[in-house]
Design a protein around this ligand. Structure first.
Ligand SMILES: Nc1ncnc2c1ncn2[C@@H]1O[C@H](COP(=O)(O)OP(=O)(O)OP(=O)(O)O)[C@@H](O)[C@H]1O
Ligand SMILES: [Mg+2]
Length: 249
């Protein structure tokens, strides 16, 4: 009979954060030394010159040093992604007009959307929609959704996966009930199947080439730390709508 693994200790999250921090310092020393070896080798190659007997061996050592530098950089990125996800989320909630917050986000993200071949539209609310949020964290949460949409739409176009038409991305705000605001991020991408939908918020779940799988779990942690929730509606071949529901106060 299969046995389930023992439960993790309650202080597992701070332990994992501590471990990641502990690894970061020696890793940056390794990385720095690898870069210095790279430079030293370049210098020796310049002195020795091209045709010398040592040139081949130096070229081999340089390739190994390049590998070290590349892989330490990759490890640093993995740790930074993890620390961003597992770090404490303590929103400093202040009254913010979401219309203005989204203006700023759209101005920031639009060039990237265009570059990726997506058309970002923003249905701006006509009157102020004020909610108590941490503007920086909410922008980070929304940015993960926008990034996913443009990346996944571009991938679908490149692979000719069925999708919902042009690469449209729509951002809009609604007030579905008193005291609640909703922000929709809707794309006309490939949508997702039931198996993907089930695992979306699992840390390190990704179907994207080069994806880490921490974008959505990070977004979910931020929204839940605001007392809100995130909902997904997706139709394979048509597109996906992520909705963030937030309490206004
Ligand atoms: N708009 C979307 N349409 C279709 N599938 C999506 C969409 N957004 C997310 N997904 C699916 O959810 C998975 C997890 O998304 P998440 O943002 O957590 O990770 P990622 O984008 O793969 O990597 P990372 O954000 O860490 O770079 C994606 O790999 C993809 O399979
Ligand atoms: Mg992502």
């Amino acid at each position: 009979m299969a046995t389930s693994p023992p439960p993790l200790p309650a202080d597992f999250a701070p332990m994992a954060r501590g471990l990641a921090h502990e690894i970061k310092n020696p890793l940056s020393t390794i990385s720095l030394n690898a870069q210095m070896i790279q430079e030293d080798l370049r210098h020796v190659r310049d002195v020795v010159g091209e045709g010398s007997m040592l040139a081949d061996e130096l070229a081999r050592a340089a390739r190994r040093a390049d590998g070290l530098v590349r892989e330490t950089a990759r490890l640093r990125d993995i740790l930074e992604d993890f620390l961003r996800f597992a770090g404490r989320v303590e929103p400093d909630r202040q009254p913010v007009d979401l219309g203005v917050l989204l203006d700023e986000l759209v101005a920031f993200f639009d060039p990237q959307a265009c570059e990726s071949g997506a058309r970002l539209r923003y249905l701006r609310p006509e009157k102020p929609v004020v909610a108590a949020v941490d503007a920086r964290l909410l922008k980070q949460a929304l940015l993960n959704l926008l990034l996913n949409a443009v990346q996944i739409m571009a991938e679908a176009r490149a692979k000719r996966t069925p999708h919902g038409g042009a690469a449209d991305l729509l951002l809009r705000v609604e007030e579905p009930a008193p005291g609640i605001v909703s922000i929709h991020v809707t794309d006309t991408g490939p949508g997702m199947d039931a198996a993907t939908k089930k695992r979306l918020f699992e840390p390190y779940f990704s179907t994207r080439r080069g994806g880490t799988g921490l974008g959505l779990p990070t977004t979910q942690r931020i929204i839940e730390a605001h007392g809100g929730r995130i909902e997904v509606n997706s139709e394979p071949g048509r597109g996906t709508d992520f909705t963030i529901h937030l309490p206004v106060a």
